[in-house]
Design a protein around this ligand. Structure first.
Ligand code: DGT
Ligand code: CA
Ligand code: CA
Ligand code: ZN
Length: 577
């Protein structure tokens, strides 16, 4: 059994409170359970530790009865009292009460007055007016509940940002690689394709004894629930809610398994059709000749694509668009790769909202083998706390020039700013100061609610300023948290061409902005791109692969990317050579 954590225990007590309320139990008892749920949720330490130290009673509100219940839960993962309640009441009520605004009292009415006890029944009753017709309910309440129900469903179907899922996948790959007998443990699916969000994590491996690997998998400490567990495949749900699928095959099938499980589904369908035309059937084991039933296996994905008469297609391009057609006639370009990058053009220090010194950031960049790093602290504008006033920026320029002397040409800190694009489209520093900087990244950080026309005018006005070199994180989206600003992106592309402004591919995993589809359009138009980390800490310079992958998903080649060039070429673009 997997030990329960604080939120899981708190949830049980919270549900007990709700179910007792549905039953009409005493308010005193109901409040006691609600209080305990809250206290457990806010505990500073692990409740399992408290139990081991015999200190459960130090939690406010926990007396003898509740302590016994907590112990039962922690020891067995179940609580008989709770199971009995669940059996006495309709099973869907707990789920119904997850709809914001639908408390126990209302749930009880739905059940007793309408016979509604599940989410789908609730949705139907909200839609056909039965809820609205209940005494003391009304159309407005029903309408609001329907809205909340739909929002809840949306949240449950939500995809997870790549930046959250990828480290989890890497940790599981590392853990499984240590498990006996597993080879070729690899994260596949949308993670390997570097899609900006993922539905679930897919991991594959090869093994002589697959059962021992699936056993290790379902026994991982982060597992909250085992969804399925067979000898060759298993699915788990982690405590974070993420689902992870594992698929195993014999060693010889590795390349086919990798190809199959990387997807995308649409890409695989295109390949399968192609194989069929060649008299082959394509599967996780390999290619089977339809006429003879003979199985062909492959050592590498390259060999598999070659057998299908195709140029190799990198995972980032496998989305079922035109990549197969292009591969057929050798038109998959050499996409940009991490080692192509010679520097980073967007970084912050403690001078604004970064966490360390200019020197520390520069050292980290040098250690990565870069030739240059642009220090682009924020301007003093409205959007950002601790932005630099013009005098402070001038001070910083002096310090950077001195530092550069010490590198004697082996490395260069580029002076710069991430200057705010004000609500009216003017930049937050005077032109004469901007003219002194090597790199001017300009970004929107305030008045993000402007309508499409206002925002687009604002950005175009900024781009018309000859000092603006790079448009930083152009849509300002935060994946899963903040929608992009309203912006006519095609107008921005045209302006970028006209004003020779580069567009940033911000590599911060929470941004990935421009996104893949926008990169592809920019590449088609020949707009220069800057792949930048926006690092606020030396460690964040290591997030560059997210930006590179996003650029690759947009078919970017080294020549499309400003910071793949040597310093002199870059300076020429910036008008500083
Ligand atoms: P996700 O999880 O929504 O971010 O996207 P994927 O691409 O990771 O999709 P997932 O997890 O459902 O499946 C992983 C891969 O397995 C998928 O990219 C291709 C392969 N696959 C799964 N189901 C099918 C299928 O029904 N047909 C084909 N051709 N391939 C499939
Ligand atoms: Ca997946
Ligand atoms: Ca999956
Ligand atoms: Zn910014």
């Amino acid at each position: 059994m997997v030990p329960m954590d604080n939120p899981a225990v708190a949830q049980v007590f919270e549900n007990i409170g709700k179910l007792l309320e549905v039953q009409g139990d005493s308010p005193f008892k109901i409040r006691a359970y609600q209080r305990v749920a809250r206290e457990i949720d806010h505990l500073p330490g692990d409740i399992n530790t408290l139990a081991a130290q015999d200190k459960l009673r130090t939690i406010p509100g926990v007396g003898e009865e509740i302590e016994k219940k907590i112990r039962e839960l922690l020891a067995t993962g179940r609580l008989n009292f709770y199971q009995r309640l669940l059996q006495e009441l309709p099973g869907g009520l707990v789920e119904m009460m997850e709809v914001p605004g639908l408390g126990p009292k209302m749930a009880a009415r739905m059940w007793k007055e309408l016979g509604v006890t599940t989410l789908p029944e609730l949705e139907a009753a909200l839609q056909d007016g039965r809820v609205a017709a209940l005494p003391r309910m009304g159309a407005k309440t029903a309408e609001n509940l329907l809205h909340q129900l739909e929002a809840l469903r949306g949240r449950k179907a939500e995809r997870v940002p790549l930046g959250e899922a990828r480290p989890v996948a890497e940790a599981i790959v590392a853990a499984l690689s240590r498990a006996s007998g597993a080879r070729n443990v690899t994260a596949a699916g949308s993670i390997r394709r570097w899609r900006d969000t993922v539905g679930d994590i897919d991991i594959l491996a090869t093994a002589d004894d697959p059962q021992s690997v699936t056993d290790a998998f379902v026994g991982l400490p982060e597992v909250a629930e085992v969804l399925s567990h067979g000898p060759q495949r298993a699915s788990i749900r982690l405590k974070s809610g993420l689902q992870v699928d594992l698929l195993l095959k014999p060693h010889a099938s590795y390349a086919s398994l990798l190809q199959h499980f990387t997807g995308s589904r649409e890409h695989n369908i295109l390949l399968r059709e192609r194989a069929q035309h060649m008299g082959l059937s394509m599967g996780e084991y390999g290619l089977t000749e339809a006429a003879t039933g003979k199985l062909e296996t492959f050592l590498t994905e390259e060999a598999l694509y070659q057998r299908l008469g195709l140029q190799y297609i990198p995972p980032e391009l496998r989305e079922g668009g035109d990549e197969v057609l292009r591969a057929e006639c050798g038109r998959i370009p050499r996409l940009v790769e991490l080692p192509d990058l010679r520097g980073d053009l967007h970084a912050h220090t403690e001078w604004s909202d970064g966490h360390t010194t200019i020197e520390a950031m520069a050292e980290a960049a040098r250690a990565r083998g870069y030739q240059y790093l642009a220090i682009t602290d924020h301007s003093a504008g409205l959007g950002i706390a601790r932005g630099l006033a013009p005098e402070r920026l001038r001070e910083q320029l002096k310090i950077i020039r001195e530092l550069n002397q010490s590198y004697a040409g082996s490395f260069r800190i580029l002076t710069g700013s991430e200057v705010d694009i004000r609500a009216d489209g003017t930049l937050d520093f005077p032109d004469d100061l901007l003219a002194e900087l090597d790199v001017v990244v300009a970004s929107v950080h305030s008045a993000m609610g402007q309508d499409l026309v206002k925002m687009t005018d604002r950005v175009l006005r900024a781009m018309a300023n000859p000092h603006m070199d790079i448009f930083g994180h152009p849509t300002t989206r935060l994946i899963g948290q903040r929608d992009p600003i309203q912006l006519d992106i095609e107008a921005v592309f045209q302006a970028a061409l006209a004003t020779h402004t580069a567009l940033e591919v911000n590599a911060s995993p929470s941004r990935l902005d421009l996104k893949d589809a926008h990169v592809r359009r920019a590449v088609e138009l020949g707009i220069p791109l800057a792949i930048s980390t926006d690092a606020h800490h030396p460690d964040q310079l290591a997030q560059m692969p997210y930006g590179v992958a996003t650029a690759r998903r947009g078919w970017a080649e080294p020549s499309h990317v400003l910071n793949t060039g040597p310093l002199q070429e870059l300076l020429a673009f910036l008008g500083r050579a």
